[in-house]
Write a protein that binds this ligand. Structure first.
Ligand SMILES: NC(=O)c1ccc[n+]([C@@H]2O[C@H](COP(=O)([O-])OP(=O)(O)OC[C@H]3O[C@@H](n4cnc5c(N)ncnc54)[C@H](O)[C@@H]3O)[C@@H](O)[C@H]2O)c1
Length: 361
């Protein structure tokens, strides 16, 4: 077991990573809450509730309520689900001393985190990520949100958890495609901040996952500690969006659900690497072939699976949440492990990159 800290002054919290740790970690924390007469609520997804009956049975003995979302996946990040969750917390008499435990992937973490941020103007919450993506990315850093019909993550809050408990044993039941999608985010961390991590992913089969998850969390924790609310003019938290501007456009134009988020990000990483090369920021011409090979190794796409129209992709990019004052901030590379942000990218060059990624006119 290994623990690192996300340093945010009084809002600092531990990120505990290990195998087979969830029961003991939760027992310890929940016992302390119970002794302090603090009511506990749990939120999870139907898939996890079905797979981990023993865990939820033991939690049932200690929690005031276990809320299981009505659906699995992105559909559970809806305002309707949020209202149901709020009402369930109220009916279970969760008071301001209450603690909400979010056990699940990024969807449950984002929904539960936003419910915790807003219920009674904020109650404590603990993240127990169960997908690789949630362990290396969504459970750390305090971004919480639900979706609107108009777009993903349009309503949310920055609200840090009290702890993150990442038990790698959960990954044993994770479908292979979801695991691969999580690896997309892992590759992202290597590309944006740690060439050595990128090389480790090239040289091994990532079979020793704990140090990899730890390294990703370290990188994210350092970035978030320095720029919690993504207000830095250059660099900062926006660096974590490497590949995402392309990725979000793919998800939107292909239709949500056609690509897993991590798969769309993988194509986006390829796009960012090629764009960086074309604009002359990356002198080393081996970077994009290495990105392509690494994505293939972890069963991730580096091109669109089916051609999508360039104009629609460009329009989707222009309406990205990250547009401010009419311009889009791109995250580009200088080399493997070294990313930066810029707004100075010609639209035609981006369209050419889309064509290289398999888009059509
Ligand atoms: N808050 C952030 O900083 C942040 C960062 C990245 C992504 N996100 C959000 O995360 C979400 C995606 O998260 P995700 O990829 O974890 O998807 P997810 O939460 O939908 O989980 C994927 C699927 O796997 C199932 N599942 C989860 N854990 C399992 C396990 N251990 N065994 C078997 N099945 C399991 C889930 O029920 C679901 O059906 C998106 O909504 C995205 O916007 C948030």
């Amino acid at each position: 077991m290994t623990t690192l800290e996300l340093s945010l002054g009084a809002r600092s919290y531990p990120i505990v990573i290990g195998e087979g740790i969830v029961e003991s970690q939760l027992r310890e924390r929940l016992e302390a809450y119970r002794q302090a007469h603090r009511p506990i609520a749990v939120v999870t997804s139907p898939a996890l509730f079905g797979l981990y009956r023993g865990l939820f049975k033991s939690l049932d003995e200690i929690a005031s309520v276990i809320y299981v979302t009505s659906v699995d996946g992105e559909g559970a990040k809806s305002t309707a689900e949020l209202v149901n969750l709020w009402e369930t917390l109220a009916q279970a008499h969760i008071d301001r001393s209450g603690v909400l435990l979010a056990i699940g992937g990024g969807v449950v973490g984002d929904l539960g985190g936003f419910a915790a941020a807003t219920f009674l103007r904020g109650i404590d919450f603990v993240q127990v990520p169960t997908t690789l993506l949630a362990m290396v990315d969504s459970s750390v850093g305090g971004k919480t949100a639900v979706n609107l019909a108009e777009g993903k993550n349009l309503v949310g809050a920055f609200y840090q958890p009290k702890a993150v408990i990442a038990d790698l044993d959960f990954l044993k039941t994770l479908p292979a495609g979801e695991f691969a999608a999580g690896m997309g985010e892992v590759v992202k961390y290597g590309l944006l901040g740690d060439a050595r991590l990128f090389e480790t992913l090239e040289e091994t089969n990532a079979d020793s996952l704990a140090p990899i998850v730890r390294r990703c969390c370290e990188i994210k924790a350092a970035i978030v500690a320095a720029d919690e609310r993504e207000t830095a003019g250059d660099g900062g938290r926006a660096l974590l969006n490497l590949g995402h501007t392309f990725g979000h456009a793919i998800e939107k134009v292909a239709g949500y659900g056609s690509y897993l988020h991590g798969e769309a990000v993988a194509v986006g990483l390829m796009g960012a690497a090629r764009l960086s090369e074309q604009l002359g920021f990356v002198p080393d011409k081996s970077v994009s072939p290495r990105v392509e090979a690494l994505l293939a190794k972890y069963k991730l796409p580096s091109r669109l699976r089916k051609a999508l129209p360039v104009e629609a992709l460009a329009a989707a990019m222009a309406s990205d949440k990250k547009v401010s004052a009419g311009t889009l901030k791109f995250v580009l590379l200088r080399s493997l492990g070294n990313a930066f942000t810029t707004r100075d990218v010609p639209a035609e060059t981006v369209k050419n990159i889309w064509r290289e990624l398999g888009a059509c006119d």
